[in-house]
Design a binder for this molecule. Structure first.
Ligand code: DC
Length: 263
């Protein structure tokens, strides 16, 4: 699986997505004339697909492609924790201070443009994906007050015509009424190989054994924390992607969504 393949969208699909974007803008401008109560009702009617799962299970790649195929918005919730961690690192702020992390989150100056991420006017798309950033993100993600601070921000991504999101607690806490909840996983070896390939493509060397250890430690921390731990919630469908191609996983998710809409 080549990572770049994930972001190649055919010409036809681009046209469909453009048309859906126009429709989305019309729908959004119409909803401005409604009252607040109506907008909340509208939000609840907006379909959401959640993909939760352990590190390097391919959630981000799949969620992005599914959102493109459906013309839906996309929320990479892990990026928010990574951005708070990155901002703390850049400002030399102690990540063990929960209050400082909440303060950074509250004043976070970020924007998501296409597939790039900007922090304080700087393109941090690559920096934010670094292993060290993921490690710090996992540590600060244990703070209950930080999770509360980011809750409303994440829910605001729920906009017409729909949202696809990936993370650890998207189905269990942030969007409990999601139309479709998926718990996406893959064997530890395959996840380490995928991460290895991503790093090699960026020219970063890493041993598979070290990557397995790092994934294990991160999953253990993310699953054992007391607030919003990584877990497969009861109403989530398990999708094991071991041995499957990106296309196969995307089409399974789209089929599952079509079924969920009928229900
Ligand atoms: O998905 P990711 O690797 O970008 O996430 C980085 C860390 O952020 C992850 O180890 C745990 C945390 N996280 C979280 O606690 N809840 C989420 N919904 C998403 C990420």
């Amino acid at each position: 699986m080549v990572l770049d393949e994930c972001f190649q969208v055919s010409g036809d699909l681009c046209k469909i997505i453009n048309n859906i974007s126009i429709l989305r803008e019309q729908t959004e401008s119409q909803s401005l004339s409604f009252g607040r109560g109506q907008q909340i009702m509208d939000k609840q009617n907006v379909p959401v697909i959640t993909l939760d799962g352990p590190s390097a299970s391919g959630k981000g790649t799949i969620a992005r492609l599914v959102s493109q195929a459906l013309g839906f918005h996309y929320l990479d919730s892990g990026a928010l924790y990574r951005l708070v961690a990155l901002a703390a690192m850049k400002r030399n702020t102690d990540v063990s201070d929960e209050h400082s992390m909440v303060d950074i989150a509250r004043h976070l100056n970020v924007s998501f443009r296409d597939s790039t991420i900007w922090l304080d006017g700087e393109d941090v798309s690559n920096e934010v994906r670094a292993e060290a950033c993921g490690e710090y993100a996992s540590r600060i993600a244990q703070y209950p007050a930080l999770r509360v601070e980011l809750l409303g921000y994440q829910r605001d991504f729920r906009k017409s015509p729909g949202l696809v999101t990936d993370g650890r607690d998207m189905g269990s806490v942030i969007f409990p009424d999601a139309t479709l909840k998926i718990y996406l996983t893959a064997s530890e070896e395959e996840r380490a190989l995928r991460r290895h390939k991503q790093l090699m493509e960026k020219g970063i060397n890493a041993s598979i054994a070290d990557l397995i250890q790092a994934l294990r430690a991160r999953d253990e921390r993310d699953s054992s924390r007391s607030t919003s731990p990584l877990q497969q919630c009861e109403d989530a469908c398990l999708l094991d992607t071991t041995g499957l191609s990106i296309d196969q996983v995307v089409s399974r998710v789209l089929n599952m969504y079509a079924e969920a809409r009928k229900a």
